[in-house]
Design a protein around this ligand. Sequence first.
Ligand code: PLP
Length: 352
Amino acid sequence: MTSFYPGPSQLYPQIADFLQEAYASGILSRNHRSKEFIAMNQQTVALTKAKLHIPNNYALVYASSATECWEIIGQAYLELCSIHLFNGAFGEKWYQYRRNISANALPMPFSIQKMPSLNALKRLAIRPEVICLTQNETSNATQLKNRWLRKVRAQFPDSLVCVDATSSMGGIALDWLAADVWFASVQKCFGMPSGMALMVCSPRAIALAEQLAHRTHHNSLLHILEKARDGQTTHTPSILHIFLLGKLMETLPDIQTIQRTLKERRRTWEYFLRKNRYELLVHNKAVRSDTVLAIKTTPEKVHRIREKAEQADFLLGKGYGAWKENTVRIANFPAIPAERIAALQHVLASEA
Ligand SMILES: *Cc1c(COP(=O)(O)O)cnc(C)c1O
């Protein structure tokens, strides 16, 4: 079975060997305060930062899921007013998580066919102290491009910009300097098993967390950052995930190379779908995702397409949230072998 589900998704094939290697190395039986673990962890962090071009003065730390990152950010910057720009289910969920712990959260929904309006954000009576964005909205296959994110940074230089990049980090070259907190779980674009998330924090995000000094929760960002400085974690982490991430980063090409391949594949997909008269959910090319495609059709046809793919041993994504019934989602993640894409297209060609 080849999975084109946008999370959990197809694993990189080399994961199979890395799992064996992790067992054989003995690292999984080591204490997480041991010098062996610390060295392995520091190596993983260094390799990940290098491969993804994360600036040296940004911190890279772990959490267990993107959902936990929503919570961690909400707690770390508890008293600050957060504005949530969203056009889909994941951005909205983030808003709701924040809303559950603070009244200082404001929703700003926008259309899936357009870029969100920065003027509307400027016209708000309150100052957005924290701006929460979903770089790649997995539920509807839209994205906010680096260029737009840089605009946010330039027009709101005092705001803390936090970005959910769950279904794009590891596939797209993100412009780290354009935001302060970036996060992603690894079961999407990283092609890894579920159960881990990465958080990337700017010096400003770190300084602000120190200033507000929230440390009462087990997953306090401040506490996580402090431990990470010594190559450690607050609690026993998934040593297996850290090992797998390190190995993967050793073998994968640079993020610029991965991105080039992905964008090329996206163009091929879009050409294929147009030629075969499939309709995309997102009409505006400027906001369409590079890493997730969404085909819009009738509920009957959704069922038929997914069933047919499954008979040929392909798993396609269901719709999600408001688009649950009338879309098929297809992951364009880097772990999917090129030859499987061609094979899936062969199956889908005869449907349309
Ligand atoms: C999948 C996803 C999440 C949730 O990820 P978990 O690891 O299940 O918490 C959050 N945001 C986006 C954009 C996602 O695609």
